[in-house]
Design a binder for this molecule. Structure first.
Ligand SMILES: CC(C)(COP(=O)(O)OP(=O)(O)OC[C@H]1O[C@@H](n2cnc3c(N)ncnc32)[C@H](O)[C@@H]1OP(=O)(O)O)[C@@H](O)C(=O)NCCC(=O)NCCS
Length: 251
């Protein structure tokens, strides 16, 4: 048992730079006290003393601000930093070396029976104020951002943020999100003019080439012919101008 307590204190020192001495950890970390209380309550719960286990868990909540249901299964070196407002439901399963910050809820969605709380695999970190709801699994080494609401499984080694929670980093690589930079959308009118300008440039170049050939042959320059307007040339929603060189201007 002393070995376990030593491990718990060591885990706090490793994960919180503010935890310098063993005495300060022993005195100032309600997250640690809550876990130690929970181990007793869980023993009572598993040995049929459910009523007293629940009542004692409420006493622990009064002193620590952390509510851990005595039925919750919690692994080694579990650390709740600050702690106030943390709620851990009855069928929650927490692996080893998991860290929670204040205000985290590991709860049910309210619709389920039986296993209705999340499973957090080893080395999971859940940020301040996040809610992980339902019988879902947060994969080993994944991190839940502060304020997220996670209602679906999260694969291992991911970072999930937002409401509803979405994976933004997987195995150290950022996941492309939908581009919401509306100010960078292309202007279709400007694009159309650019396209037409390129087309005019190409036609002028071709015309200049043809005129040069005609001049070499001693032929007269092309007569300027008035262009007859036709219905086909008038713009319509479906119209497409073929440039003849792989480019089309749509409008
Ligand atoms: C999520 C978190 C773990 C960072 O993870 P990370 O893998 O380093 O991810 P990044 O910082 O690269 O962020 C990835 C993206 O998610 C965004 N993001 C990070 N944290 C976020 C959060 N809590 N909510 C919403 N978006 C968040 C970032 O802005 C970034 O977006 P971008 O790609 O558009 O720039 C961290 O931001 C967090 O929330 N930690 C909780 C810590 C905590 O609770 N501290 C309490 C101390 S008392």
């Amino acid at each position: 048992m002393f070995q376990r307590v030593k491990q718990d204190i060591q885990a706090v020192k490793e994960r919180d730079p503010a935890a310098v001495t063993t005495w300060s950890v022993l005195l100032n970390y309600p997250g640690l006290h809550a876990v130690w209380w929970h181990r007793q309550h869980n023993w009572l719960w598993r040995h049929g003393r459910k009523g007293i286990a629940r009542w004692l868990s409420q006493v622990a909540r009064f002193f620590t601000g952390i509510e851990i249901h005595p039925g919750a299964t919690i692994g080694e070196r579990f650390f709740i930093d600050h702690g106030m407002g943390v709620v851990i439901g009855e069928t929650t399963i927490i692996g080893d070396d998991v860290t929670l910050y204040q205000g985290v809820t590991l709860g049910g969605t309210g619709k389920e029976r039986g296993k209705r709380h999340p499973t957090l695999e080893d080395w999971v970190v859940v940020g301040v104020g996040a809610a992980v709801l339902g019988d879902i699994t947060i994969g080993r080494g994944s991190r839940v951002g502060g304020g997220a609401v996670v209602v679906n499984d999260v694969p291992p080694n991911c970072t999930v943020v937002g409401i509803p929670g979405r994976v933004v980093v997987r195995e150290g690589r950022k996941i492309d999100a939908i581009d919401l930079h509306h100010e960078d959308l292309p202007d279709p009118v400007v694009e159309m003019f650019r396209c037409m300008q390129r087309r005019i440039d190409r036609l002028e170049a071709r015309l200049a080439g043809d005129e040069a050939v005609s001049a070499e042959r001693g032929e007269p320059p092309f007569p300027a012919r008035p262009v007859e307007p036709t219905d086909e040339a008038s713009p319509s929603a479906e119209a497409e101008l073929e440039t003849g060189e792989g480019e089309t201007c749509s409008y």
